[in-house]
Design a protein around this ligand. Structure first.
Ligand SMILES: Cc1cc2nc3c(=O)[nH]c(=O)nc-3n(C[C@H](O)[C@H](O)[C@H](O)COP(=O)(O)OP(=O)(O)OC[C@H]3O[C@@H](n4cnc5c(N)ncnc54)[C@H](O)[C@@H]3O)c2cc1C
Length: 377
């Protein structure tokens, strides 16, 4: 049973956000930056954020050449430029908000490993550079084949290496912990272990229900507006939405003596990605090995994917080098028929900001900015 005091001081807010991933916290940050006195509550079902934001590999990427070429087959040039611009602006916003040192941002650049089957992309490199020139002012993609040998990659499998100077890497854990601290220091309330079970639109706002297991009762919070940032877990509330949960599996090695490369790397049309973390390798991907099995919100590893990652690490990335796997994990992303996130009002007091695909680290801060403008308009 709630006390008079709890009812008086704990239940009423201006804005409630469901989900404390990068999108939920960025929405909270953008709102509180614009409206310092706003009463903002973030409700998170996990002890930590438990989806993708604390599980990704810490890539700060704007898109590889083959990814852009694949996008150009499905989207207009303007849409592709728009997407790259959102990623670039989002990363700039994240760095500015928290500071490069805080998130351990390292501007080491990104590379794409080109195998025989992707050699077609080289003839399109200039065309894509011209397309992106208005955004970056300089050439985005450059050939760096001389690095194949110095990085120690298998030259029979890696036929070319494309460099993108605008990419970098962050420490995902530091980024999320500091984003959380950033909003809390500005007066945002974040409640963990608080799963939203239902919400209802009312004439003058919303009521949001959570279960309170200790008291064996449901608690209802009220707010003027509700922002739903539950990404891959949104279908529970909106089964009709085009959202498919997609798992990403990752491993990290023990420290490697004389690791020869630094930076973020992609191959096989972006289905695989690796980077250095200090002198270890973080390596993830392989969803294309089993799309059906990986379209799941179960946070778990599978032998098929982890064994394949280990084999590719041994054959392509660290040939003739000894390594040990220190740890493996998985995170859950949200995909749809197209790459655009869903950012829209569901009803006058409820707004959705979900379906970030594999680019939520890059665009998350921009999404928060957009949402705050829609909510405060
Ligand atoms: C392995 C991997 C690699 C990735 N690589 C990249 C990359 O290179 N570049 C990039 O930009 N992005 C990348 N991403 C994607 C990026 O991490 C996501 O797009 C982004 O983190 C999504 O953020 P979000 O806040 O929308 O969702 P999430 O981080 O999933 O947050 C949603 C939150 O909602 C909470 N929640 C759900 N339901 C409820 C409920 N009923 N009540 C309360 N809380 C609830 C969940 O617990 C969760 O914490 C990668 C992701 C993974 C997993």
């Amino acid at each position: 049973m709630l006390s008079f005091w709890e009812k008086q001081s704990f239940l009423n807010y201006d804005y409630i956000i469901i989900g404390s991933g990068i999108v939920g916290l960025s929405c909270a940050a953008s709102i509180i930056e614009k409206k310092k006195k706003a009463k903002v509550l973030v409700l998170e079902r996990g002890l930590f954020p438990t989806g993708a934001s604390t599980k990704n590999a810490g890539f700060a990427c704007t898109g590889s050449l083959t990814e852009i070429l694949a996008d150009l087959k499905k989207m207009t040039e303007n849409q592709v430029i728009g997407l790259v611009s959102e990623r670039n602006n989002g990363l700039q916003k994240l760095r500015k908000r928290l500071g490069d040192k805080t998130i351990d941002f390292q501007p080491l650049g990104g590379y794409e490993l080109i195998s025989e089957k992707e050699m077609y992309a080289l003839s399109e490199l200039e065309k894509v550079n011209t397309l992106l020139k208005p955004l970056f002012r300089r050439e985005v993609y450059q050939l760096k084949n001389n690095k194949i040998k110095s990085f120690g990659f298998d030259k029979n499998l890696v036929k070319a290496l494309i460099f993108n100077q605008y990419e970098g890497q962050i420490d995902t854990g530091k980024m999320m912990k500091n984003l959380l601290q950033y909003v809390q220091e500005r007066g945002v309330t974040v409640l963990n272990h608080t799963e939203v079970t239902a919400f209802e639109e009312q004439n003058d706002g919303v009521k949001v229900s959570v279960s309170n297991q200790l008291a064996n009762e449901n608690i209802k919070f009220s707010a003027q507006k509700l922002i739903i940032c539950t990404n891959a877990f949104t279908k529970r509330f909106f089964p009709e939405l085009d959202i498919v949960a997609g798992r990403g599996q990752v491993l990290i090695t023990e420290p490697i003596k004389n690791l020869k490369f630094k930076g973020t790397f992609h191959f096989d049309e972006g289905y695989y990605y690796f980077r250095n973390y200090e002198n270890r390798v973080i390596f993830g991907g392989g969803r294309n090995l089993d799309f059906e099995g990986e379209d799941t919100s179960e946070i778990a590893n599978t032998h098929l994917i982890i064994n394949t990652l280990e084999a590719k690490l041994a054959n392509i990335i660290l040939p003739k080098q000894k390594f040990d796997i220190a740890h493996t994990w998985a995170g859950i992303m949200a995909f749809g028929a197209d790459k655009q996130p869903i950012i829209q009002f569901h009803s006058p007091h409820i707004l959705l900001a979900v379906r970030m695909g594999g680019m939520g680290v890059a665009i998350g801060s921009q999404v928060g900015e957009k949402v705050s403008k829609m909510i405060l308009a």
